[in-house]
Design a protein around this ligand. Structure first.
Ligand code: NAG
Ligand code: ZN
Length: 660
């Protein structure tokens, strides 16, 4: 979506409100006009925020550096009731307030935590996805602790409340969070910008039969507290490394753990735990490999939490506790590279952090680059690393085609003024960013020189927040004796250019070759001649080569893959029974693109049994694109939207041209 889309939605909303007020009570007209201009003024304030246009926070004036969160998780009301102590440091003595982001929060009171004196505060009207600005008058001292008592809305966009029947065990409810990019404000009044890093302590009270986990080191539990009709227990956490708000995470459910390494446990519902422990057994190897490239892992614990199927992402790099989707449980560790990616974030993103969402490629491009290095080191070496890079270009091309080649969201550096970061989200920062770094590595002398550079870059910027220009200056300085190579980098095109990267490195295609050849044979085959194909055509290919094979079929010229051909491919390679989620998604897309009716029930089953955006979006899109399944897409969405997290439901609704 674009800026004008958001503005026009707001305009429509305001106009409707205006008419509501005007018709019921004409005297409120001037109030409504005042509200309109108040909203405009707030949107303007966001646009002009020099730190982050998606946040009201002004950390250049006063800054939170520690959070103490005491919260009660109420599954009946689907809310969290809490007090939060924000330790605030004024940046200059003349500052007398702090600006916080909130979304849907009911504020019960604001006090000075040291004296108990009430502090004056105002809550602005809410503006679109950015929420409402909470302005708190600070005590006179340069450093103070502001205590805010509040409750979350049952519609908090960062939270998903699952009923027992939506979990694997079916007996207990489940709560999960996803704060990136700007959803933390729906659970905490906070400076909700990656430009601010803070440490946190938390004490969370939940029903005694459930376990609470957070993106922090576990710090013990309290005794069971029995009241009239409930028994609760307190779980405590400590995050001693300063982190941005988007890395605050919580999960509450019927959870158990199993040790999978010297610093790692995997957590899940009891029914899945053995499968999870098997799938992620290489976690320590990946951590050690990452350390050999970029230096020590500083977070102490590295645990994994395998979430219920509605989790919208492949993984989320919540510190000390990566969240992952259960769609990684392929049974053969073939999708473990997502864990390599989240591990890589322990350096790129979580230590060296983008200052705002416009510079997101600094988080994701570097992480994809490091992920591929880890994966290559663990299996297949440089050819495998380059194969993955080559594979990534396909997703990039697909996204750029969907966004439009001239879309501003296809730039590495995105202008986020007035833009919901969820709308700008695509694989561009991942794979265009990766392509840029791969290009730089080749240009500047290969891995032998670029890996030491990467390590120095991380060491230099760890615990900080940076912009694209910080990276640029650091690189130019580091390689200053290689002026000739530096002069060849067209920063303007790399950073500000739209569409596919203007230079695509010449990736090693050894591993891609047989996948492409097999796909080409299918594409060329006449519609009745399947005799040349055998099940063992693909038996030597790993899961990602099969993905490459299917991707090539999907990119075939129009009319070359008929419904009958899809059925033959499916039978030959047993694709209907393949439950590797990456393969399944591509196979279903191929089948729908070929207008093959045989597997529409499988498609519906696939998008109603999990909510990972990478999978539900393209399948819904493909169902919608075919006139025979369009209504099925809409009906399926309407019947199942409540199972999706807010951000996934919004993304799918967009594919279906529905308003939510
Ligand atoms: C990219 O565009 C921005 C905004 O127009 C500009 O300030 C910046 O200098 C450009 N960067 C490069 C490397 O050309
Ligand atoms: Zn990532």
């Amino acid at each position: 979506m674009t800026i004008s889309y958001i503005l026009s939605s707001i305009a429509v909303l305001l106009i409707s409100l205006f008419f509501l007020f005007f018709r019921s009570n004409p005297t409120t007209r001037s109030d409504t006009m005042a509200n309109t201009s108040a909203t405009e003024a707030l949107l303007d304030e966001l646009r002009q925020n020099p730190v982050d246009p998606n946040s009201f926070a002004r950390p250049d004036l006063s800054r939170v550096d520690h959070i103490l969160w005491k919260a009660f998780v109420n599954f009946e009301k689907q809310t969290i009731g809490a007090t939060v102590d924000l330790t605030v440091q004024k940046q200059t003595e003349t500052v007398d307030e702090i600006l916080l982001d909130t979304s849907g929060l009911s504020i019960d009171g604001v006090t000075d935590a040291q004296t108990g004196q009430p502090l004056n505060y105002t809550l602005s009207p809410s503006v679109a996805v950015f929420g409402a600005k909470l302005t708190v008058k600070l005590p006179a001292s340069v450093r103070s602790t502001v205590r805010i008592a509040y409750r979350t809305s049952s519609k908090a966009t960062a939270l998903q409340w699952l009923k027992p029947e939506q979990t694997a065990g079916k007996r207990h409810p489940y709560l999960l969070s996803q704060c990136q990019a700007i959803h933390c404000r729906s659970i905490l009044p906070i400076q909700d910008t990656p430009a601010v890093k803070q440490t946190y302590d938390a004490a969370i009270v939940a029903p005694k039969d459930l376990v609470v986990l957070m993106s922090a080191v576990r710090d013990g539990t309290g005794a069971v507290h029995q009241s009239d009709n409930s028994a609760t227990k307190e779980y405590r956490f400590k995050q001693k490394i300063a982190i941005p708000s988007y890395l605050i995470a919580i999960a509450v459910g019927d959870l158990v753990s199993k040790e999978i390494g010297p610093r790692s446990h995997v957590w899940s519902e009891p029914a899945l735990i053995d499968r999870c422990a098997y799938e992620f057994a290489n976690t320590e190897k990946m951590l050690a490999t990452a350390e050999s490239i970029v230096g020590p892992y500083v977070w102490g614990v590295y645990d994994l939490l395998v979430l219920p199927p509605s989790f919208p992402f492949g993984g989320m790099e919540n510190p000390c506790l990566t969240f992952v989707t259960p769609t990684l449980l392929a049974g053969d560790r073939s999708l473990e590279s997502v864990v390599a990616h989240e591990i890589a974030h322990s350096w790129t993103g979580n230590l060296v952090t983008n200052k705002n969402w416009g510079h997101f490629w600094l988080n994701e491009g570097f992480t994809t680059f490091l992920e591929n290095k880890i994966v290559g080191r663990l299996s297949g070496g440089e050819p495998n690393r380059q194969f993955r890079a080559f594979e990534g270009l396909k997703s990039l091309k697909n996204d750029i085609d969907n966004l439009g080649r001239d879309s501003p969201f296809t730039k590495l550096l995105i202008d986020h003024r007035g833009v919901d970061p969820d709308d700008a989200f695509s694989t561009v920062p991942y794979y265009k960013g990766h392509t840029f770094l791969f290009y730089l590595e080749q240009l500047l002398g290969g891995p032998e020189v670029f890996e030491p550079f990467l390590r120095t870059y991380i060491d230099n910027f760890k615990y900080k927040v940076i912009e694209t220009n910080d990276f640029r200056s650091f690189l130019q300085n580091y390689f200053s004796d290689n002026k000739e190579a530096l002069s060849r980098i067209d920063w303007g095109l790399w950073i500000n250019g739209t569409g596919m990267p203007h230079i695509i490195p010449d990736y090693d295609q050894t591993l891609a070759k047989e996948c492409i050849e097999l796909a080409n044979r299918w594409i060329a085959a006449a519609d009745t001649d399947w005799s040349q194909f055998r099940a063992n055509d693909i038996s030597a290919m790993d899961a990602w080569q099969r993905v490459e094979f299917l991707n090539n079929l999907l990119a075939a010229p129009e009319g070359k893959i008929s419904a009958a051909k899809v059925e033959a491919i499916t039978r030959t390679y047993g694709l209907q029974d393949n439950h590797n989620s990456e393969i399944r998604c591509l196979w279903l897309r191929l089948s729908l693109a070929a207008h093959c009716k045989a597997y529409t029930a499988d498609a519906v089953q696939f998008i109603t049994s999990q909510g990972r955006m990478k999978f539900v979006k393209p399948i819904y899109k493909a169902l919608y694109a075919w006139d025979e399944t369009r209504q099925l897409a809409v009906d399926t969405f309407k019947a199942n939207a409540h199972q999706l997290m807010d951000m996934s439901a919004k993304a799918v609704a967009k594919e279906l041209h529905l308003n939510v």
